[in-house]
Design a protein around this ligand. Structure first.
Ligand code: HBI
Ligand code: FE
Length: 291
């Protein structure tokens, strides 16, 4: 059983933390042991990769598809150092292997230094369609491709740089909504229609299609305050997706926002439910919850 660090004792999945936290460096990173992966691990990676690489061609924006190709990691779990050298050349980001979920402040600090923390272990075959904690497939296939996009790469560093202010205002939960809706489950307008770019959906066979095709969820035009006031569920498909006109919009609005007063304002307001319809919403699709 993994040694659970005190800092994560109350993490949502503390009971199930499965990475080995016993060999971490002070910054919570570990060394990826390529020899520790089994043939089954690499075979599962190939299964997941082939399924999603085909799907994203139709469902993701072109930059995601191009980046997946540039990552050249279809054959098995990639060496994260080798992948980092390609990523560093593109946008100065690198991948930091970690045992799994790490404390907010540590996570923010890595992002602020253009280091993306990625689990090094892969799920089990019986978890192919759902697992509670991010594994190496979610983190590498879901998150790394957009770190090749200069604007999104700048946005995610800015998100990390803003972490300490959220902690200072006791508003990490409010900032986390921005990450959840716009990094894990974001949609974006393209000349080819609305596409999915979030890591949580693009690493999921079911949610990639659901987020774009299903009539059930709301699809609402991105508005920073609306997103930060909207609660989310972690164990079902989203009931609302927010749609960006561009990554520049997400980056510019974040740069132009003084988050301190916004946290205080939002803390005093009732949050919206995950399926809420709010006056003033730019409704792109009004969800029709399944009967
Ligand atoms: N740790 N490894 C890892 N990956 C995450 O996505 C992550 C985390 N710790 C905290 C966290 N996300 C969120 O709580 C912050 O975005 C607020
Ligand atoms: Fe993620």
């Amino acid at each position: 059983m993994a040694i659970i660090p005190a800092a994560l004792a109350n993490a949502p999945t503390a009971h199930g933390l499965r990475g080995d936290y016993s060999a971490m460096a002070p910054d919570w990173t570990v060394t990826q042991d390529m020899g520790a992966y089994t043939r089954e691990d690499h075979a599962l990676w190939r299964t997941l990769f082939e399924r999603q690489a085909k799907l994203v061609k139709a469902y993701a924006p072109p930059v995601f598809v191009r980046s997946v190709a540039a990552m050249d990691c279809a054959d098995g779990i990639p060496d994260l150092e080798a992948l980092s050298s390609r990523l560093r050349a593109a946008t100065g980001w690198e991948i930091a292997p970690v045992p799994g979920l790490i404390p907010d402040d540590v996570f923010f600090a890595h992002l602020a230094h253009r280091r993306f923390p990625s689990s090094f272990w892969i799920r089990k075959p019986e978890e192919i369609d759902y697992l509670v904690e991010p594994d190496v497939f979610h983190d590498v296939f879901g998150h790394v491709p957009l770190l090749f996009d200069p604007v999104f790469a700048d946005y995610l560093q800015h998100y990390g740089l803003g972490g300490p202010k959220a902690i200072e205002h006791d508003a990490v939960g409010i900032l986390a909504r921005l990450y959840w809706y716009m990094v894990e489950f974001g949609l974006i307008q393209t000349e080819d229609g609305v596409k999915a770019y979030g890591a949580g959906m693009l690493s999921s066979f079911g949610e990639t299609q659901f987020s774009v095709d299903s009539p059930e969820p709301n699809r609402i035009g991105f508005n920073l305050e609306r997103v930060m006031r909207t609660r989310y569920k972690i164990d079902t498909f989203q009931q609302t997706y927010f749609v960006l006109p561009s990554f520049e919009k997400l980056f510019r609005d974040s740069i132009d926002t003084d988050f301190g007063p916004l946290y205080e304002q939002l803390k005093a307001l009732e949050p919206y439910a995950p399926d809420a319809a709010v006056a003033g919403d730019e409704v792109i699709h009004r969800g029709a919850p399944a009967a």
